[in-house]
Design a protein around this ligand. Structure first.
Ligand SMILES: [Zn+2]
Length: 418
């Protein structure tokens, strides 16, 4: 390959006088060096070629969108996106943010520690006072003296003890109040301490919440911005106003709600008894590849099918055509649509917040279903139920009559790739 990098010009074998400008990366037993004329004459896709000029001038952080060859080129786009967006996450900023955060938390803790010590000092003082007051009002010392005299069986002093007890009886109310007051003081201090602790807890909690809130923390903010940009790449607006309802048997219609500010279309089955089909009159053909993403909002449903219908047969029942994937809670009850496993395991369970991705490739007659965003499992249409290469399809969701439930499915993403 050295000679390609040198200044010597290399010419095309098939087109004399034309400079070699491309490498064909998807070659099959043919010449890999191509000129512009080759490119124009060949039937290949533009993604099959790498420009020599790009290889020469590209920097360290350049990601080729078609090299190395992969099963799924979206990975390269993903890498490019990630590299581009993470460039500006500075370690110093993170260090600074965290040390500022820990400093604030520690300050709060020390402030409360001081207050706590003060409260405990007061508590000890009040406790000491309480004992003093008790000894005073109980006349403990006097009682001791009176008892000593009583041992000498002096009738007069016995009278003295009797008088002392009588006096105590008379002062009962005021003594009770004095002691009560002290106990209330102690109680209040205990309450203050408890309040201080829960206050500290809530201050720290608030600081934590705000620090780790994606809106406030730069690092996470960048990540969520990326996510938003990703959402903005969605072409879901192409589906707005295109929904239709396929009534199987005068059922209560499934509702469609377009949340345009959230780039989401909600498919809502409000009535447990309603069933039927919903479809979107947007032509899906072999000219493009399509990606849809759905999010489930609950665990309800037994069952529904997400898939494609032939645009010529809009009175569809996806359970008859088998060109979709079944979602239910117990697969043993049903025929298992789209159960061919490409990767991982068969999946079908309806779980809250579960997101699935549906990839449509009519050229290759397939629809793939994957868990999003991890892509651990990939299932596709069963053999014998693949799409027609020249067909025109619509996205469709079929709600069965099999059981009664309400549910809401979010269509969160739609992407068309030529
Ligand atoms: Zn050529």
């Amino acid at each position: 390959m050295d000679h390609l990098n040198s200044s010597d010009t290399v010419y095309c074998k098939n087109h004399p006088g034309h400079q070699i400008s491309f490498i064909k990366v998807s070659f099959q037993n043919e010449q890999i060096l191509k000129c512009l004329q080759c490119l124009l004459e060949e039937d290949g896709k533009i993604q099959d070629y790498l420009a020599l000029e790009t290889i020469k001038v590209c920097n360290d952080d350049h990601i080729f969108l078609n090299w190395p060859s992969l099963d799924d080129n979206r990975i390269l786009k993903n890498i490019q996106h990630t590299i581009k967006n993470n460039k500006y996450s500075k370690i110093e900023e993170i260090e600074l943010a965290f040390s500022q955060f820990t400093k604030e938390i520690l300050e709060e803790i020390f402030k409360k520690k001081k207050a706590f010590i003060l409260q405990v000092q007061t508590q000890n003082q009040v406790q000491e006072d309480l004992l003093k007051i008790y000894n005073e009002v109980s006349g403990k010392q006097k009682l001791k003296e009176l008892i000593n005299i009583r041992k000498q069986t002096d009738q007069n002093d016995y009278e003295g003890l009797k008088k002392f007890i009588q006096e105590n009886q008379q002062q009962k109310e005021s003594i009770t109040n004095i002691l009560k007051e002290q106990l209330i003081k102690l109680d209040n201090i205990q309450t203050n301490i408890t309040n201080d602790f829960s206050q500290l807890k809530s201050i720290i909690q608030k600081k934590m919440d705000s620090f780790f809130d994606p809106e406030n923390f730069n690092l996470i903010k960048d990540l969520s911005k990326q996510l938003q940009q990703h959402q903005q790449n969605s072409q879901i607006n192409e589906l707005y106003g295109k929904s239709s309802y396929c009534d199987y048997n005068n059922s209560i219609p499934i509702q469609i709600q377009e949340l345009q500010d959230q780039n989401t279309i909600q498919i809502i089955k409000n009535d447990p008894k309603s069933y039927g089909g919903v479809y979107f009159k947007y032509d899906l053909t072999k000219e493009s590849k399509y990606t849809f993403r759905f999010k489930f909002n609950d665990t309800a449903g037994d069952y529904f099918i997400i898939g494609l219908i032939d645009s010529k047969e809009i009175n569809f029942q996806l359970n008859d055509t088998n060109q979709g994937k079944i979602f239910c809670n117990n697969i043993t009850n049903y025929k298992c649509y789209a159960s061919q496993i490409v990767k991982g395991n068969l999946f079908y369970k309806i779980q809250k917040d579960l997101e699935i991705e549906m990839r449509v490739d009519i050229e290759n007659r397939q629809v793939d279903f994957l868990d999003y965003p991890n892509y651990l499992n990939q299932n596709q249409l069963n053999r014998g139920y693949q799409l027609e290469k020249n067909g025109k399809y619509y996205l469709a969701i079929h709600f069965s009559t099999a059981s009664q439930y309400t549910t809401c499915i979010d269509l969160t993403y739609f992407k068309i790739e030529k």
